[in-house]
Design a protein around this ligand. Structure first.
Ligand SMILES: Cc1cc2nc3c(=O)[nH]c(=O)nc-3n(C[C@H](O)[C@H](O)[C@H](O)COP(=O)(O)OP(=O)(O)OC[C@H]3O[C@@H](n4cnc5c(N)ncnc54)[C@H](O)[C@@H]3O)c2cc1C
Length: 317
């Protein structure tokens, strides 16, 4: 049984089903009410802790999405990106080795240089319904209901995968998972096709990610804030920075304002078997992906599926 139907829960469900497991997904929310739905959502492995495992998840997920983009999977494509620097250009990031064609270029004042790269962009409102449809076609059952504790599922499943994102904080008492609020603007797309990032803007992180019909403009990183009501003053500042960075946005129309809570853990996502939470039952955790849940999704789902298989093998001995 998989608890959670955001990007993390649904990739786990599909991966497990592909390996032959019988899978039921339980979710408190419809897809459109998950954090995943709000994500920009580009492959960008930052803030994931320093572990080699998280790096491997990012690389593996990059390859899956790149393959899906080449096969025309709905909502997935590669997007050219310009990342502008204001400080002296640093060494190439570790993840550049996962990104074919990563290059460094000059830039005009006030910028000191540019990283150019092409990475997967996932339109979650298109991709997540596709993933749900895939799961249903494969025979995964999806039930909408909230669970009070993971133990209540123990009688109904041999293994429980906990993919509840920020809710893991209460469901398994893990206070290391913390909300990091992110506010974004969704605007019409005035003809943009390149992602632009200015992370050293004195006013705060700025990014413009064009999708098929709209553009996601962000963003804020506000640790510990749980209010998801968009703040009008923040929206004004985001809009001012974005239109300065990409002047074509003056022709765009603001469609919506959103704020979501990234499930952040300083050590990166928790993907491990828990022997103690529900006595006699295997619980495998997969939560706490912070601002990189899409970026790490397929890699962490495969690791989770390995852990589930090991747990089932051990139980069979
Ligand atoms: C503004 C913003 C921009 C972002 N941009 C990016 C980006 O560009 N790239 C990227 O990789 N990531 C990005 N992220 C991060 C990404 O959205 C998250 O890491 C990801 O959505 C986490 O997915 P999840 O499936 O773990 O959680 P969620 O999507 O929150 O799903 C949790 C699931 O658990 C279920 N659940 C919770 N409690 C219970 C319960 N008690 N009973 C039953 N079900 C329960 C929920 O109903 C839901 O189905 C961004 C996030 C934000 C907010």
């Amino acid at each position: 049984m998989v608890v959670g139907a955001g990007i993390v829960g649904m990739t786990c469900a599909v991966e497990l089903r592909h390996r032959g497991a019988r899978v039921c997904v339980v979710t408190a929310d419809e897809p459109a009410r998950t954090t995943s739905w709000l994500a920009a959502a580009v492959w960008y492995p930052v803030g994931i802790g320093g572990s080699e495992r998280a790096f491997a998840y990012a690389q593996e997920s990059f390859d899956v999405f790149a393959d899906q983009a080449s096969q025309g999977v709905p909502g997935v494509r590669m997007i050219d990106t310009r990342m502008l620097h204001r400080n002296p250009l640093p060494a190439d990031p570790w993840w550049s080795t996962a990104v074919p064609g990563f290059a460094t270029e000059g830039a005009e004042h006030p910028f000191t240089g540019t990283w150019r790269f092409s990475v997967p962009l996932v339109e979650v409102p298109v991709y997540l319904p596709w993933l749900h449809a895939q799961a249903l076609d494969l025979g995964v059952e999806v039930r909408t209901r909230s669970v009070e504790s993971l133990a209540e599922l123990a009688d109904r499943a041999r293994t429980v995968v906990n993919a509840t994102g920020l809710a893991a904080r209460t469901l398994c008492g893990d206070t290391t998972v913390q909300p990091v609020r992110g506010q974004v603007i969704r605007a019409s797309n005035p003809g943009l096709s390149t992602s632009v990032r200015d992370e050293q803007h004195p006013g705060g992180h700025t990014y413009v990610h064009p999708r098929h019909r709209d553009v996601i403009i962000g963003g804020t990183f506000e640790p510990g804030t749980t209010d998801t009501t968009p703040d009008p003053a923040t929206a004004q500042r985001l809009w001012a920075r974005a239109t300065e960075l990409v002047p074509e946005l003056h022709r765009a129309r603001v469609l919506e304002h959103h704020a979501g809570l990234r499930p952040h853990r300083d050590d990166g996502p928790r993907v491990e078997r828990d022997h103690d939470l529900v006595p006699g039952r295997a619980v495998v955790h997969n939560y706490g992906h912070g601002g990189a849940g899409i970026t790490l999704s397929w890699g962490s789902a495969r690791d989770t599926a390995d852990l589930v298989e090991h747990a089932l093998e051990a139980a069979a001995v």
